[in-house]
Ligand binder design. Structure first.
Ligand code: PEP
Length: 255
């Protein structure tokens, strides 16, 4: 089963509008002609529309880092899926651990966000992952099972054609600690078999499961070589165009 890998950059709350424009322009030059892997950058909302315009016609897709599940209304400070789509995004990251931990997102609100993304034609990237404490208590699979089952409850497989899953162990995000190859391999296999149980084997085989957590040029090649890893969600290293392009070109990496 061939799944085109996706290397997705999450710029988080970094880069002002002008800084995002400069970085996007640099990336377009660096990524010219690349058709595999697929590439995505999620800038902040302020920069989204301008960055999407810069990426238009290039191999780089635009994503948002979050959305609110209502279409419109009195929801001060929030942005809807339709607004994001209209601004030029193709993807949206949903349920990032920072949103779960800092902003109190639950599997229930995450499910509504996925629904809203699907209805608007945005491709959702559902982030899941255990904390260090949960791993130490050997609850990793239990936690992931709940995040996936509850987050995707009630959906039919046809609604989730564009769903991407991102396994991001919380203890590896922004810490410099990367899950080792056997940990990543074990979890990604587990997630694919869980998708098979929840939907069908065909569905599971088609789904891209990204790894995220301190991915950098030095470890991209070995992580991407794991059978059930179909790309990466990259935070810190996506802010630096040289590092990000070396992750995108992981196949050529000799680091
Ligand atoms: C992330 O924020 O999704 C992430 C993986 O961050 P980092 O690459 O910096 O660990």
């Amino acid at each position: 089963m061939s799944r085109t890998p996706l290397i997705a950059g999450n710029w988080k709350m970094y880069k002002t509008g002008p800084q995002a424009v400069t970085a996007a322009t640099v990336l377009v030059k660096l990524c010219t002609g690349i058709s595999n892997p697929e590439i995505m950058i999620a800038p902040n909302f302020i920069a989204l529309q301008q960055v999407a315009q810069i990426f238009a016609g290039s191999p780089i897709k635009t994503g948002a880092q979050n959305l609110y599940f209502e279409n419109q209304g009195a929801f001060t400070g929030e942005v809807s899926a339709d607004m994001i789509k209209e601004a030029g995004a193709e993807y949206v990251i949903i349920g990032h651990s920072e949103r779960r931990q800092i902003f109190g997102e639950t599997d229930e609100s995450i499910r509504k966000k996925i629904k809203s993304a699907v209805l608007s034609g945005l491709k959702p990237i559902l982030c899941i992952g255990e904390t260090e404490g949960q791993r130490d208590e050997e609850k990793t699979f239990q936690v992931l099972d709940k995040q996936v089952s509850d987050g995707l409850k009630g959906f039919g497989p046809d609604e989730l054609v564009d769903l991407v899953l991102a396994y991001e162990p919380v203890w590896a995000i922004g810490t410099g600690k990367t899950a080792n190859e056997s940990q990543v391999d074990e979890v990604h296999r587990y997630l694919r078999s869980l998708l098979g149980k929840l939907f069908s084997q065909e569905f599971a085989d088609q789904k891209r499961i990204l790894y995220g957590g301190s991915v950098k040029p030095e470890n991209a090649y070995s992580l991407m070589g794991i059978e059930d890893v179909d790309g990466a969600l990259v935070g810190g290293a996506s802010l630096d165009a040289d590092k990000f392009i070396n992750i995108i070109k992981y196949n050529e990496s000799i680091i």
